[in-house]
Design a protein around this ligand. Structure first.
Ligand code: PSU
Ligand code: MN
Length: 304
């Protein structure tokens, strides 16, 4: 494992000294947002975490190495190359390492690598889940499998309505993954603060969330915790409008017969076009909001 894992010196020291660290994914950089907004956002996210007193660890596969703590050059590279960089989920890791290639890590791959490094908190925008029509397509993100395996708590803004939120919650329940609502009992729907579904438990402070994570870790239970954090009010989008944009994007995707790991990036880009960029602004705002909460939880986890 050591042969492939490259933890930057700052993070190595922080791990040894038990200081708070927040892992960050890189698919969102290469496949989730256009250049140069993606690079700008990735750097701001790191800054937000630092200001709160935690250390950011952006994770990616860089030239055959599992990199924990990308530097500025890596982030520029991931952002500029965009979709030319492979989307790397769990299954892709051995191939990329054996070929000395680079990959932008999904929630699943990032959680797996964070777990290897011993990082317990991870912030992202939205997770993958059960896609609408999964009973036909079988399209269920491996993010859900990973949440059941890796000991990493993931802070997200819920799952967006490109997914089937009800089925996503059912799979998480089956796999034994706790779904927390931060200051809400309603599952947030990414671009909007509410969905038609409830979370498993509501918790109102980072300290309570940290205590739950600690109990799970001390029991030695496998798998993570999903913390859902609603998008800030000023940025949340009208639910009807976004639902219509999603319907249109899904229709076009099916007509074009786009499948497999291409579906999520296709839908995200299409929704951004339909909403004339307002979904992108919302996406950025919620990522910042999640980074801040993750930093607070990681600090609370270190002080209990
Ligand atoms: N959801 C978002 N933005 C994203 C993704 C999901 O709102 O950028 C990315 C994440 O990296 C997630 C991945 O892990 O898409 C899921 O892809 P798939 O559905 O192919 O598993
Ligand atoms: Mn999929």
């Amino acid at each position: 494992m050591k042969k492939y894992l490259e933890i930057n010196p700052e993070i190595k020291a922080a791990l040894e000294e038990g200081r708070p660290i927040v892992a960050l994914e890189s698919t969102i950089i290469s496949h989730g947002m256009p250049y140069p907004k993606n690079v700008e956002t990735a750097k701001n996210v790191e800054e937000i975490i630092r200001k709160e007193g935690a250390i950011p660890a952006t994770i990616a596969i860089i030239k055959g190495r599992l990199k924990v703590g990308c530097n500025e050059e890596d982030i520029d590279y991931l952002g500029r190359e965009g979709i030319k960089i492979s989307k790397a989920s769990r299954r892709d890791i051995p191939y990329l390492l054996s070929k000395n290639l680079s990959g932008a890590t999904t929630v699943a791959a990032t959680a797996l690598i964070a777990d290897m490094a011993g990082i317990r908190i991870f912030a992202t925008g939205g997770i993958g889940g059960v896609h609408r029509g999964a009973e036909e397509s079988f399209d269920i993100s491996t993010d859900l499998e990973e949440l059941a395996k890796s000991k990493v708590a993931v802070v997200c803004a819920g799952a967006k309505a490109i997914l089937d939120l009800g089925k996503t919650l059912e799979v998480l329940e089956t796999k034994g993954v706790e779904v927390i609502g931060y200051q809400t009992s309603i599952l947030p729907a990414f671009y909007s603060r509410e969905s038609d579904f409830s979370v498993n438990h509501r918790l109102d402070t980072p300290e309570e969330i940290a205590a739950l994570i600690k109990a799970k870790l001390e029991l030695g239970l496998d798998g993570g915790v999903l913390i859902t954090n609603p998008i800030p009010k000023d940025y949340s989008l009208n639910r009807e409008n976004i639902d219509q944009a999603i319907e249109d994007a899904l229709k076009e995707m099916n007509e074009l017969r786009i499948t497999g790991n291409k579906t999520t990036p296709y839908l995200l880009a299409k929704i951004k076009d339909i909403t004339r960029g307002s979904s992108l602004e919302a996406n950025i705002a919620l990522v910042y909001n999640n980074a801040l909460l993750a930093a607070k939880i990681s600090k609370a986890l270190k002080s209990i």
